[in-house]
Design a binder for this molecule. Sequence first.
Ligand SMILES: [Zn+2]
Length: 270
Amino acid sequence: MPPPPVLPPPPPYEPPVWPIPSLRLRVDDLAHPGAQIFFQHVNPYNALTSAVLTVFDWLYTLETVPHEVETIVLVLRSMPGVAHTFGSDNYKEIHFSLDWIKQCEARAPHEINGVLVHEMVHCFQYNGKGKAPGGLIEGIADWIRLHAELAPPHWTEGKGTKWDAGYEATGFFLDFIEQTHERGFVRSLNLEMRNNKYKEEMFKKISGRGLSEWWTLYQAHLGKKIPNNDPEKTPGGGDDKKENINAVGDPDKKTAKTNAIIRNLWQKMT
Ligand SMILES: [Zn+2]
């Protein structure tokens, strides 16, 4: 009889890793005081990697995380506004204003990391084939900034008069659905918008309640008189030039412990 075949040894176990893109930095003016402040307070690689992992934590699992984003370039330059992000499916540029960083010098680490998380959401989130309201896109970005403990202290619930007013107004509304329905609503909504055109009915499909019903419940939660508002006729509020204005914050409170808690929470839910 021939000897039994010798099986090859099993491959060594390798823990799963998140697909972190190639990260690049471009500084258009190293002499700008905003650049000096940035490098005084922030390690660019650590800050960008942390922002990527924060987005993955809140929107994806290892099974669902997108792999198409290959390169993210952070561009620090003098410009009006705060920050904006653009690019293709596999290449993204985040432009961040050095003038804004200078203006926020007293709260620089918290504000810089908060803006980076917000913009990083735009690098990875889905938009319902381009049909999602701009206010929803911005609201998801600020909802994640909120949960990364990078929200400026001036953020409060109930500022918006419509569900897709955008930014923290929509972020708090989405969080109300999360708290009332179940953890994972925003994640499910984002994934639903991956291959489907955005439709208001997505809210009901995921949560069992329609958008109008959620808005009514939210207004009741806030103790407000329900405004005469038709969600379908309210345009999105996206305007990155306005974002993060008056942001205020303490030095970096986003500790490793907090990150561990967030990851554990999501591992339980997935
Ligand atoms: Zn934005």
